[in-house]
Design a protein around this ligand. Sequence first.
Ligand code: NAD
Length: 292
Amino acid sequence: LPEQEAFDIEYWLLEEAKLQRMPKPKSLAGRIALVTGGAGGIGQAVAKQLLQEGACVLLTDIDAEALAEAQGALAKVAGKDNVASVVANITSEEAVDEILKASALQFGGVDLLISNAGIASSAPLEDTTLEVWNRNQDILVKGYFLVSRAAFRIMKQQKLGGAMVFVASKNGLVASAGASAYCTAKAAEIHLARCIALEGAAHGIRVNVVNPDAVIRGSRIWDGKWKEERAQSNKIGADDVEEFYRQRSMLKLSVLPEDIAEAVYFLASDKAGKSTGNILNVDAGNAGAFTR
Ligand code: NAD
């Protein structure tokens, strides 16, 4: 090679090597994320991942004690200035306004909404009281509507686009024995996401759904009566529940909160910039086929 050309190539290679060694900008740097149900197992895992990717996170939950604990643990990971919290019940319009106000005051707005708060309370149809039915509708449908409406209004005003991810459930697509109140509410949640996706598209607001199958480790849902109910419906012992779901999946793997967090992060990030109104099942291959 002529001398100048060889020098140019060497110079270029050195510059390239320098670039490779420079820390990469984080993919969610500058984004403000709101995570509902942030004190729970999946909520905390999601918040941790978003923080690691550079977002500021406002956690919200109805459980004040668990929320303070979650905020403390996450502040250790990402620094206390990047994570804030507000105690609120997502079924109350006023409380939801307070959540969005807190996000504006603390961080300046909202770019990412992770609607994840939830309960598990169900029974066979004949034993499903109106109270159980209404509780599912209130939290999983009305609550999701209120939070997404409030976030939508702000995202639209900001004119910066935005992303919403609903953590629904495989049970919103597939019927589950003895859980009609929960399954119906989760199905409505999924359809709400699709409807908001349609309205949001004109404003650059994407809305997608992550459907977990049973996430037993780390989830507080599975601490209580739900595990007994699921065990009874599937005619197994309460201690065998995780193994039951693992064996039922195509991949023979247990789904963990971190698996849901990866999927939520993907859909919330620009990596999924051309995806809206879609569903990503994170179920080790449970919804797709009968495996037993
Ligand atoms: P979790 O109980 O650990 O977390 C849920 C959180 O939501 C709790 O901290 C709870 O206090 C909060 N919450 C409940 N009602 C609320 C309200 N009215 N206002 C504000 N916060 C409220 O459960 P998780 O497993 O982390 O569940 C997260 C989401 O994932 C839920 O929507 C759940 O339906 C869904 N999901 C979970 C599983 C699973 O097996 N764990 C499977 C499918 C779907």
